[in-house]
Each structure stands twice: as structure tokens, then as C-alpha cells.
Design a protein around this ligand. Structure first.
Ligand code: NAP
Ligand code: GLV
Length: 318
């Protein structure tokens, strides 16, 4: 009986994620030194593997474990699993639900919002040009942040923004209640949500329903000069529609942490567009120290045939 850790879709990607696999192995062994943990591609006996801890692994690999009982995603998102044509069927999938991750994503988004509202890009350019460049004072009360996705991460972000006294609204599939946040739900209320949004934050999972959701149609419904922050997945954004809206002035800027193709190609226009800020998918990186307990707890539950924590609804896709 053993655990396999599979990180990275190829050799290069695996090397880039080696820190995650090795630190998680070491954290788990600190909690239980009897565990047998093997890191892909050095799996000694595929027959022994009962549990796979995965992050953007090489597709097809999970199918090689004939006695696999559980697949634990090492990220909050699980979209990459559903791109595996050989994903073993009828095996429970879990994901990471970690308050540290919620804290990190909140801090990232708050930074992006403050940079935008306080016009920090403008002041930086003024300083470089030794120009005073004074403008009327910024006013937080003029802007409303609209969060798409009020799940574990989105709801915590919403809560934090209200504590900073930033007007916040949200939208999700099913109705939610969050103190001081006007929550909209379903297709019916989507347009009203967008019509009231100045700063759109995307924290939806990538599913068939959400793919390409940030497109011309959505952008047209946002308030003029709106700003977009995408920390969900690159596939939710239609890149040409974003660029066109930035160039014609409908949107004033965008902060992007996630991309259709990662790493972002060096020739991609996002790198050099004056109104776009790019970060390399770092808004909330899985922390091996803070997730080790929930991974071990789920492994024990798996062996005992108990219900797992944070199980993914495969039909829904998140
Ligand atoms: P979650 O708890 O599953 O929440 C997802 C939210 O999206 C829920 O509120 C859900 O509505 C809503 N939703 C899903 N499909 C929808 C639809 N078709 N229409 C309207 N609302 C919809 O997920 P989470 O833990 O908050 O994570 C969200 C995503 O963040 C992950 O899937 C991942 O892609 C991304 N992420 C990015 C980073 C990063 O570093 N950039 C880090 C972690 C996570 P209901 O509540 O009604 O079901
Ligand atoms: C990161 O993107 C995650 O899904 O955890």
C-alpha cells in the first residue's frame, strides 16, 4: 500500500514542481513515518499505489495504477483532471480547501485592486518621467468590486473586502448570503451583477459552463472603464476580446495570473500591453505545510472506507 505523488506534465514541468512533491512527502512523513510515498516518475511498483496526489500530471499516468482508490488534487482547481482521456472512472477525487490559500488569494486580489484604485501605475510612470502628474483624489466609494464565484475562495475574498470598506457584490450558481455583500445567482441575475461591477474578479472553476465566460458580451455589460482581475483559469477569458476592449477604452486595465497556455509564450501580447499586469500563476500557491494534515486525514479515511473531505462533484466538474 503506497501513495504516489505526480506533479508536472513532462520532465521540465516535473522539475519545476519538484519542490512541491519533495516538501509534501517530507511533511507527510513527519506526520506519519510509516507511510510509503513514491514520487513520479520513480514509482517502484505500480501495483502498490492506492492513492495518487496530483498536480497537472502527465495525462494517462493514473491509469497505470490497477489498485488506485483515491485521487487527491494538490490544488483547489481540478479542471486538468478532466482533460485526461484515461482518467480512471468511479474513483473519488478530492481537492484542496485551505484557509492559507484563501488568505493568499485575498492578499493578491486586494493588492491588484488597491494598485488600480490608487492609480499606482500612473504614479510610477510620473516618477520615471519626473512629472508631478497630480489628478483628482481617488475615491473608493465610487468603485464596486464584483466577484464571479462565491465558493471557498470567493466568499473569503468578499468578506475581507467588506472589512476594508470596499463595495462588494458577488455572483454564483446557487444563492449565497454574505454579510454586507449583495449576492446575485444564476443566469437570471448575471446581467444585473455585471451592470453594477467596476472591478471584476474571476474566481470561478474552469468547467464547460464557464469556459470563455469573459468575452465581448460580458465586457459590454460591465460599467465603462472597468478593470478585470483573473485569478481563476486562463480558459475563462477570450484573449482577443480582452485586448480589443482595452484598446477601445471600454476597459481600463487587467491583472492576469492565469493563462490558456502556461508558461505564457514570450511572444504573447499580454507581456507588453501597457494596460495589462502579468503574474506567473502565483496568486495562491499550494502550501505543503498547511495541506499535509488534510491530505493525511483523507488518506486515512480512504483506507478506512470513510467519506472523504472536500470531494469533487464529477458531474458538476468542481
Ligand atoms: P469552489 O469553492 O468550488 O467555488 C466555486 C464557485 O464558483 C462557487 O461559488 C460556484 O457556485 C461558482 N460557480 C461554478 N460554476 C458556476 C457557474 N456556471 N455559474 C455561476 N457560478 C458558478 O472553488 P474555490 O476553491 O473557491 O476555487 C475557485 C477556483 O480558483 C479554482 O477552481 C481554481 O481554478 C482557481 N484558483 C486559482 C489559484 C491561483 O493561484 N490563481 C489558486 C487557487 C484556486 P455554487 O457555490 O453555487 O456552486
Ligand atoms: C491553483 O491554481 C489551484 O487551483 O490551486
Amino acid at each position: 500500500m503506497a501513495i504516489a505523488i505526480l506533479c508536472g506534465k513532462d520532465k521540465l514541468d516535473h522539475e519545476a514542481h519538484a519542490w512541491l512533491a519533495t516538501s509534501l512527502k517530507s511533511e507527510l512523513l513527519t506526520l506519519d513515518s510509516n507511510l510509503d510515498i513514491q514520487i513520479w516518475p520513480e514509482i517502484t511498483d505500480q501495483n502498490q499505489i492506492e492513492c495518487a496526489l496530483v498536480w497537472r500530471y502527465r495525462l494517462g499516468e493514473l491509469n497505470k495504477f490497477p489498485h488506485l482508490k483515491g485521487i487527491f488534487s494538490l490544488g483547489a482547481g481540478v479542471d486538468y483532471l478532466f482533460t485526461d482521456p484515461q482518467l480512471p472512472k468511479n474513483i473519488p477525487i478530492t481537492r484542496i480547501v485551505d484557509p492559507t490559500m484563501a488568505r493568499d488569494i485575498t492578499q493578491y486580489v486586494v493588492t491588484a485592486i488597491l494598485n488600480y484604485i490608487c492609480r499606482n501605475d500612473h504614479w510610477r510612470i510620473c516618477q520615471q518621467q519626473k512629472k508631478w502628474g497630480k489628478q483628482p483624489p481617488f475615491n473608493f466609494a465610487d468603485k464596486t468590486v464584483g466577484i464571479m464565484g462565491l465558493g471557498f475562495l470567493g466568499s473569503r475574498l468578499a468578506d475581507a473586502l467588506t472589512h476594508l470598506q470596499i463595495n462588494t457584490i458577488g455572483w454564483s450558481k446557487t444563492p449565497k448570503q454574505i454579510e454586507n455583500v449583495k449576492c446575485y445567482a444564476s443566469e437570471n441575475e448575471f446581467k444585473t451583477f455585471l451592470n453594477n461591477t467596476d472591478i471584476l474578479v474571476c474566481l470561478l472553476p474552469h468547467t464547460q459552463e464557464t469556459e470563455n465566460i469573459i468575452n465581448n458580451e460580458l465586457i459590454a455589460e460591465l460599467r465603462d472603464q472597468a478593470y478585470i482581475i483573473n485569478v481563476a483559469r486562463g480558459a475563462l477569458l477570450v484573449e482577443e476580446d480582452l485586448i480589443a476592449a482595452l484598446n477601445r477604452g471600454k476597459l481600463s486595465g487587467a491583472s492576469l495570473d492565469v493563462f490558456r497556455l502556461e508558461p505564457l509564450d514570450t511572444k504573447h501580447i499580454f507581456w507588453s500591453h501597457a494596460k495589462i499586469r502579468v503574474t506567473p500563476h502565483i496568486a495562491a500557491v499550494t502550501n505543503p505545510v498547511t495541506i499535509a494534515h488534510q491530505v493525511l486525514e483523507n488518506y486515512r479515511r480512504l483506507l478506512q472506507g470513510k467519506p472523504l473531505l472536500n470531494q469533487v462533484d464529477v458531474q458538476r466538474g468542481y
